[in-house]
Write a protein that binds this ligand. Sequence first.
Ligand code: ANZ
Ligand code: ZN
Length: 818
Amino acid sequence: MTRYNHARVQEYWQYVWDADGVYEVPDDAADPTYVLGMFPYTSGTLHMGHVRNYAITDAYARYRSLRGDEVLQPMGWDAFGLPAENAAYERDTDPESWTRSCIDQMREELETMGFGYDWSREVTTCDPEYYRWNQYLFKRFYEEDLVEYTGARVNWCPDCETVLADAQVERPDDAEAEASAVDHAHAAGVCWRCETPVERRELDQWFFTITDYAEELDAGLDDLKEWPDSVRDIQRNWIGRQEGAHVSFDLEGAPLDGASESVDVFTTRLDTVHGATFVALSPGHDLARAVAETDEDVAEYVDDVTSAGADAGGTSGVETGLTATHPITGAELPVYVAAYVLDDVGTGAVMGVPAHNERDHAFAAAQDLPVAEVVEPVDGSGTDLPGAPYTDDGMLANSGEYDGLASSAARERLLGADGVESAVEYRLRDWLISRQRYWGTPIPMIHCDDCGRVPVPDEDLPVELPPYVRTAGNPLEESEEWKSVDCPDCGGPAERETDTMDTFVDSSWYFLRFCSPNLDSAPFDTDRANDWLPVDVYVGGEEHAILHLLYIRFFTRALADLGLLDTREPVERLINQGTVLYDGEKMSSSKGNAVAPHEYGAETTRLFLLSAAHPAQDFEWTVKSVGDVYDFQQRLYAMVADRDDVATREEAAPQDAYLDREVDRTITAVAEEYERFRFHRVVSETQRFARLLRRYAEYGPVDERTYQRGLAALTRFVAPMAPYLGEEMWNLLETDGMVVEAEWPAVEETIDDYELERRLVDRTLDDVRDITEVVDIDDPDTIEIVVAEDWKYRAYEHVRGADPGDAVVGSALDDEAV
Ligand code: ANZ
Ligand code: ZN
């Protein structure tokens, strides 16, 4: 058996591919297919998770290319961000040098894994040629009112010394579809990166108003039929559409100088409206702030809770002295400021219904407020009131004309009441993009004492980063020279914004840059992007379900509304690859159980990763299975390399027809598995087919054409997953050109069913030597006859009624029992 020297073969074909530029796609492709793996963060090393991600992406890309598509499969670097800054700080270097050396190392690793990237489109987000377009797009968003600069109570990581977006605060219930918006916001959060408990601070910050798109982002999820349900559920929960009502309470009270105002609350339980015994405002509510102007107690309370952060179990509060008039009952209710009411949920104010809501109940108990039961269990079972709230739906009581209605009917009916309006609220918050860090895109704004905030003119972009200085804080703050600038409006002395952008901005549109990576007049070419978009298949980890995968959907819509793009959804099909485990734990260098991607040779690793499980599934790395894959490669190679050892004959034999039919059948089956990303089934089909071919060769002299056809098909089954091996086999078969430029094998169907049956049925048992066993299987219309030399035939319905032993008929060669 001739051995496959993978190291030599890889090196050779890598050289040839590079020299020929075989993976470069033209800008204007006729049959464009865009296959994309999430670009890696430039951490410096390629780990098994990356390799699995890109092996999936590459196998599909190569398969599509065999099918005749022009496939865009680009690669780039998510290169900005805090880890580089930390690494630089620790190593006494600068983030740029560190990042560039990481990129060089990772590029080389990717290249030697044999992934078919069009490197001429490489994109690096820390290049000024890239991030100038972040700045450009920021400005376009600014002009469209998609940017806000506002004082906000923000999530602050004391360890990273920066603000975190809401989605970068990890809370215990993040993954639960049922988590309530309010419970979620109250849950203690930790920094997504360093797991330090997050604090709240009040700062002026830049936001993208993603909430403008909340409704569309939510509704659009229904159309993402080729996204995993889990991701759609996580996004749906994150956007958090809530149907309910706004109820308006008129206000009276001394601190308002007799001026009557009103306050709107948001409720999802309008059926409980008669049970409201107080109204509570969030500490950040405009009205709370207005009262604080004149009321010292309120001012003190607001100050306290603002710096302390969300009051989780929250029963603290302060009376405002205001009175709210219930719009339906006319009752006069006290108005509180209470920390358990959140600024940015609903309207920032609630009607307190202690009988039917946990938080209201706790607050009422602490503040000695009345409890009024207005919903009863339908089955008459009674409640634990007033000791504990009854929070389920039920039947209305003590609610005047609404008594006796079921909760759901009451909610509908009450929408017609005075002061009530149906309302939809979203849990989604605006996207806070300000970071007080160095290694990111400078926000292209200037602060002028006279003119306020002024955007940097387009012709002055990019605003490049100043040289790095080593400091624990924000290095941009330290660069006086960089900071001071003339105001573009009045020419007076002004100061640059020192915040940089969240790196998720960089990755929100990089897939568009790949369509025209060197364009220097715009972030991307609209026509080209319209040709390639949406991305046909996007592969990456599920951990991106709410950050990255929501942001690209937002960006795509915003860009479409700017007239820069036709499509509103960026990704047609999403695949989340599962985790590679080792000894039951996630494989990772921090756990010390990582296997380096090159330890077993690029292709063995790739083939193993694809053969082990469905892409979405977790699986265990085992040395034994890797060894099996290695042997499989060797056998495939030897079949082609040693094919001249197989004797040939001139006259046709029935098994030729049989084999041809099996080639046809397998071509169809393998194609279907590739279409469905079931690479593990591609591998098992390929293994099955290889065994069949081997037996065909072992059984006797072969028909050369048939055998060659089988080997050539086999080569293309495996080439998308093991491209170097595929190329080498293809070359040995003396076929034209390279397999990377070949076509998918054609189904010939030269023999129709009738003809095949006739030839096979004609063969009597005498033709087959050494019958060893006749097996009845469950299906009474089918017989199986196992014969010598491992041939095993299965007869189908067309020999219905045949007795075992009558005839040998084969339409499927099943080797499992052999
Ligand atoms: C009255 C009511 C009665 C409510 C009742 C619930 C049950 P969940 O509970 O997550 O579905 N809410 C509204 N805005 C709020 C804010 N800014 N801060 C804190 N809580 C707020 O969310 C909907 C409920 O959260 C709303 O319905 C409101 O309380 C509260 F028996 O209104 B409900
Ligand atoms: Zn000015």
